[in-house]
Design a protein around this ligand. Structure first.
Ligand code: GDP
Ligand code: GDP
Length: 460
């Protein structure tokens, strides 16, 4: 099932660059027809395991900042009407302009589903533009860099639930011959609007033989499988949708389901690289360890990568049924965890047996909780009260006798939580003070097990 995405926005925000990145060389041959379609470039896009048609409205004469030439407005409206989803692109470097506001207005009135992308968000000092984009009232902005290819997993994560919704709607409403009859009320009720409920996206990663396929098969065996295994993001990774006791969940797996799909490959060699790929598409990463040989080099690498990619992490220790002295072992595991993975401080550690199914309820609870934490948004007023207390308890350093002043802070982004602290001399700020703030945020706002990003920024 495919859908159509229109990329809209004022000139120079990077629409064509994004179009080219999504489409690569898969440009559709467009009829040489006069009229509006000539101005709409169309291509077949691929993003992860999604394929869709993408329309580009770029290549128009420049619009001045306070007007939108009629032709551009017509073209945008045309693209909006043709599309299932609109991707509204703004520029992190210029911030929101009056022309952006006009586009936002058109989209609010006319478009069904709108995603908001803030392009050119690579490098430093672009949080301001991202923050500003919230004011458009079109939901959470997705920071991207079309030129550098950054942010594509987030775009994918935003599109995926919509794509699932379209696929479901298409299944429920099979193409019927159009008899030109008026649509009855009953038929209307039968039509389902694409669901906007985003499925939880998880990946199960770990070294070979940790029990990944056993775990996934156990989950799929017990839960309702919503769709069968599909060829996934790459030849090697596969995703399935399941209903995890009422929570729609997409599991990205690597070696596990490949075995099930009877694809014979060098599993041992591929599994780490596959795991790394799956991490990019997941919201919560379940790092599965073998209780007999926990925290091996490979496990640590995968967990560290998940943290660096900004994913929520749950550590599950498998084959717990084989452990004799469970109490002592658990203590040992926790100590090893804190020592070897300090960057994941407080992440949940759950013991399970994929084979017997014990502990899978707790695993589910930990995954859902980790996802919530990852989505945490702390109100600005609360943050600033907290910042005042933190400064009072332990003032920032005073390099060369001049104390660094922390002026205020705000949360720029969730998934994972990103905070920006405005201060004097951000370049002189010591890492130890930043760590003090991060650890404080984690403890005081109850955010265990999620990466927390905090940047210091100078004013203006
Ligand atoms: P369009 O008019 O919206 O289609 O914009 P273009 O794709 O033609 O891009 C306008 C300008 O922005 C070009 O110079 C691009 O190289 C530049 N650009 C596009 N994407 C990015 C990005 O992610 N980062 C930066 N820094 N520049 C970008
Ligand atoms: P994968 O390579 O990570 O997908 O690992 P598998 O799922 O193929 O499991 C590797 C081996 O560990 C198999 O022989 C499984 O039967 C076994 N195994 C997996 N989970 C458990 C468990 O919870 N308890 C026990 N005792 N064995 C397990």
């Amino acid at each position: 099932m495919s859908f159509t995405l229109a990329i809209v926005g004022r000139p120079n925000v990077g629409k064509s660059t994004l179009f080219n990145r999504l489409v690569g060389r898969r440009l559709a041959i467009v009829d040489d027809q006069p009229g509006v379609t000539r101005d709409l470039r169309e291509g077949e896009a691929k993003l992860g395991d999604l394929t869709f048609t993408v329309l580009d409205t770029a290549g128009l004469e420049d619009a001045t900042d306070d007007s939108l030439p009629a032709r551009m407005r017509r073209l945008t409206e045309r693209a909006v009407d043709m599309a299932d989803v609109c991707l509204f692109v703004v520029d992190a470097r210029t911030g929101i302009t009056p022309t952006d506001e006009i586009f936002a207005e058109i989209l609010r009135k006319r478009a069904g589903h709108v995603l908001l992308a803030v392009n050119k968000a690579e490098g430093r000092n672009t949080e301001g533009g991202v923050l500003e984009a919230w004011n458009l009232g079109l939901g959470e902005p997705i920071p991207l860099s079309a030129e550098h290819g950054e942010g594509m997993p987030d775009l994918y994560a935003a599109l995926m639930p919509l794509a699932d919704g379209f696929a479901e709607a298409a299944e429920r409403a099979p193409d019927e011959p159009d008899l030109g009859l008026p649509v009855s009320e009953e038929a209307d009720e039968g039509m389902q609007v694409p669901t906007l409920e985003k499925p939880l996206q998880i990946a199960v990663v770990g070294r070979p033989n940790a029990g990944k396929s056993t775990l996934i098969n156990k989950l799929l065996g017990e839960e309702r499988l919503l769709t069968g295994p599909e060829a996934g993001i790459t030849r090697d990774a596969i995703s399935v949708m399941m209903d995890w006791e009422g929570v729609p969940t997409r599991i990205f797996d690597t070696a596990g389901m490949r075995k099930k799909a009877k694809v014979q490959e060098k599993l041992e060699k591929l599994s780490v690289a596959d795991g790394l790929r799956a991490v990019k598409f997941a919201e919560v990463v379940v790092v599965l360890l073998d209780a007999a040989i926990p925290f091996e080099q490979q496990d640590l690498r995968i967990a560290d990568l998940a943290e660096r990619e900004g994913r929520a992490v749950v550590v599950a220790v498998n084959k717990w049924d084989l452990e004799e002295d469970k109490g002592a072992k658990l203590k040992e595991l926790r100590e090893a965890f804190d020592r070897l993975l300090p960057q994941l401080r407080g992440a949940p550690l759950v013991t399970v047996s994929a084979k017997t199914g014990r502990g899978l309820d707790r695993l589910r609870g930990a995954v859902i909780r980790a996802h919530e934490v990852w989505n945490t948004r702390v109100p600005t007023a609360k943050l600033n009260r907290w910042l005042g207390e933190m400064i009072e308890a332990h003032p920032p350093p005073a390099p060369g006798g001049r104390r660094i002043r922390l002026r205020y802070m705000t949360q720029a982004k969730t998934r994972p939580p990103h905070f920006v602290v405005m201060c004097s001399h951000p370049d002189k700020m010591q890492d130890s003070y930043t760590r003090y703030l991060v650890n404080g945020l984690r403890a005081d706002f109850d955010m265990p097990g999620t990466p927390i990003r905090l940047v210091m920024r100078g004013q203006g």
